[in-house]
Design a protein around this ligand. Structure first.
Ligand code: AHI
Ligand code: MN
Ligand code: MN
Ligand code: MN
Length: 303
């Protein structure tokens, strides 16, 4: 089973710098070695290079629209060819606006994919509901067919069309949702498990319901978009958007183990998102060195 690593050192989906060091920090934390120790064949395709666009003025209050759109078009092509070559694609961010290209590229090969979005945030604002305008908080709105009449034509995004139905999406870990997002979640009947739902149901039950919701009618490829700020800030402190009361390490690992244990691993793609790390490289390293070494993971996998 082969894994393609794609680095996406990009941070213009939000205003803090530092997250472009995410791919290097994740590699420095030993990702390739750890995956190889789990007997995967790892193809590290290195980092995508994103052209700096001179002219990229705001669209409404949305910063860097053309840069974000361009980066995601490049990423979409790279993810599509990695998945098309039969690899499980692991995209290293970078901020969560990159999920637009990652999920869209995956859908080019697997149009019936199901999306699991693990995040403290819903990232489903439209430009009209977003308080900040930052595109990392609007990624899901670009993907959903049901929201396309609510999305203005943002410069830089003419290359893509929404492809996902809201029944193909499940959120896990929500605990900081904007009013406009809450309205959209309720209005579209999107399946989500907030931290309160996890408190009440436990992660085992949450994953049973999530995978039943996505896979009961038919097997299909899964796209996991995992924002590191889903973890409790005590575990992943170096994120620009910390929200207390997040996932434990075990809850995060359990999510990935349960997805691994479904047959849906054919055509699996994963986003490892560092929404915005601290200003320093130390912040980046701290964000990832919390995760225990492979032998502990392997023991857990074997138990
Ligand atoms: N880190 C963030 N998303 O994952 N920020 C955007 C959320 C603000 N509504
Ligand atoms: Mn996010
Ligand atoms: Mn988040
Ligand atoms: Mn984020």
């Amino acid at each position: 089973h082969s894994i393609a690593i794609l680095g996406a050192p990009f941070s213009k989906g939000q205003k803090r710098r530092g997250v472009e060091h995410g791919p290097k920090a994740i590699r420095d934390a030993g990702l390739v070695e750890r995956l190889s120790n789990l007997d995967y064949t790892v193809h590290d395709f290195g980092d995508l290079s994103f052209p700096h666009l001179e002219k990229d003025e705001h669209f409404m209050h949305v910063p860097f629209p053309r840069s974000v759109g361009r980066a995601n078009k490049l990423l979409s092509n790279a993810v599509s060819s990695a998945v098309g070559a039969g690899h499980t694609c692991v995209m290293l961010g970078g901020d969560h606006s990159l999920a637009i290209g990652s999920v869209e590229g995956h859908s080019q090969q697997c149009p019936d994919l199901g999306l699991i979005w693990v995040d403290a945030h819903a990232d489903i604002n439209t430009p009209l509901t977003s308080p900040s305008g930052n595109l990392h908080g609007q990624s899901v709105a670009f993907l959903l067919k049901e929201l396309q009449d609510k999305m203005p034509d943002i410069p830089g995004f003419s290359w893509m069309k929404p492809f996902l139905s809201c029944t193909d999406l499940v959120y896990i870990g929500l605990r900081d949702v904007d009013p406009g997002e809450h309205y959209i979640l309720k209005n579209l009947g999107i399946q989500y498990f907030s931290m309160r739902d996890i408190d009440r149901m436990g992660m085992q039950r949450v994953m049973e319901v999530t995978l039943d919701h996505l896979l009961s009618r038919k097997q299909r490829p899964i796209h996991l978009s995992f924002d590191i700020d889903a973890f409790d800030p005590s575990l992943a402190p170096a994120t620009g958007t910390p929200v207390n009361g997040g996932l434990t390490y075990r809850e995060g690992i359990y999510i990935t183990e349960e997805i691994h244990n479904t047959e849906a691993t054919a055509g699996l793609a994963v986003d490892v998102i560092a929404s915005s790390l601290g200003q320093s490289r130390e912040g980046a390293n701290m964000a990832f060195q919390e995760i225990p070494s492979p032998k502990e993971d392997t023991e857990q996998l074997r138990l």
